[in-house]
Design a protein around this ligand. Structure first.
Ligand code: SF4
Ligand code: SF4
Length: 344
């Protein structure tokens, strides 16, 4: 029997006992016609009385039962833990120049960081700016800052391809954790520097969820298109990257979204759909909080995600993630889209 025709992976009865009455898909707004703000669901540091608290606690316990996962965040360099208050006086510069300086800082370009700021090699691979849309703010939170600097950190695809991870072979998921740590380092130092220039700055560093949904922000600032697997596809790194961000009131110029044909590609590709053990990825777009888009079935994904310490199969197998392939695909599909537009 081909893998495609096998029955889906099924969670254990112990797992089912952790779930609340409401399904994760309902909680996330599947089938809802009216737009509404998203609700936090993963990864909450302190789940408190969240409906999925028992599941979230169980996932955390499962990760921390393995030394490698326990250590990867505990001992990592994630930049400064405490940020200074914004300097009393603002440094003056134009929005164009601040945007250039912020991006150069995130990318750690030569000469971009003051001498007393550490630069640990390449740091970020992607950086963009978005104007914060209130629909990205999770229910129960407010955002008073107008701009978001979004940071992307490429993953080592060979290491990522070792997912699904286990206690015995944690490498694939450790790559995910390492890139979250790198993103945290960039976000925390960038926020530190922005504050030293007299502006507000609030870092968002994964895997922990903050007050903003970073996925639509990353799309808005040109990181790429939403793929069938519910994650981003970038024209350089495919889905092999992680994101972090810094909210700020520094004057910055927003970037434009980047469309290069990934959405069209997904319409005719089923690689992730067939590779997903619990069959959580649909070949059809879903209506979610008033928008029809690619969206993963949370209730099917999360038990397997939990079992395999973060899964990630769909990111690793996506053809766009294969090193060197995304730029060629982007070129081909952008050309096709331009030809189609010219004919219509
Ligand atoms: S993370 Fe794993 S279980 Fe979830 S959608 Fe991707 S392949 Fe499926
Ligand atoms: S594997 Fe194929 S269908 Fe899935 S996200 Fe990647 S390109 Fe789209």
């Amino acid at each position: 029997m081909s893998k495609k025709n096998q029955p889906p992976w099924a969670p254990s009865p112990e797992y089912a006992a952790l779930l609340p009455e409401i399904s994760g898909c309902t909680f996330n707004g599947f089938g809802e016609i009216e737009p509404r703000r998203p609700r936090q669901i993963f990864w909450l540091k302190k789940p408190g009385d969240h409906p999925f608290a028992r599941l979230l606690d169980a996932v955390k316990q499962r990760f921390s039962s393995v030394e490698a996962y326990r250590e990867v965040y505990a001992n990592a360099d994630r930049g400064p833990h405490k940020l200074p208050d914004p300097a009393a006086e603002r440094t003056g510069d134009s929005a164009e120049k601040w945007t250039h300086r912020v991006k150069a800082f995130a990318l750690n370009k030569p000469g971009a960081r003051p001498a007393d700021y550490p630069g640990l090699g390449s740091e970020a691979e992607l950086v963009g700016v978005a104007n914060i849309d209130p629909t990205w703010v999770y229910e129960g939170f407010e955002s008073t800052l107008p701009h978001l600097v979004v940071i992307g950190n490429a993953m080592n695809h060979a290491r990522l391809s070792r997912v699904p991870s286990s206690a015995e072979d944690p490498e694939g998921q450790l790559e995910v954790c390492d890139q979250y740590n790198r993103g945290a380092r960039v976000a925390n130092w960038l926020a530190h520097w922005i504050r030293s220039q007299g502006f507000q700055a609030k870092p968002h560093a994964g895997p922990w969820v903050g007050s903003l949904n970073l996925l639509p922000a990353a799309i808005a600032c040109g990181f790429g298109e939403l793929g069938k697997h519910g994650s981003l596809i970038n024209r350089e790194y495919g889905s092999s990257f992680r994101i972090a961000a810094v909210e700020t009131d520094m004057s910055l110029l927003a970037d434009a979204p980047d469309r290069f044909g990934a959405d069209d590609f997904c319409l005719n590709c089923q690689v992730c759909t067939n590779a997903c053990p619990p069959q959580a990825i649909s070949n059809d777009k879903q209506l979610v909080r008033g928008t029809v888009k690619w969206a993963v079935n949370f209730d099917r994904c999360i038990p397997y995600f939990n079992e395999t310490f973060g899964c990630g199969i769909c990111l690793a197998v996506c053809p766009w993630s294969t090193p060197g392939r995304a730029p060629k695909l982007a070129q081909r599909f952008s050309r096709r889209a331009a030809e189609k537009a010219a004919r219509s």
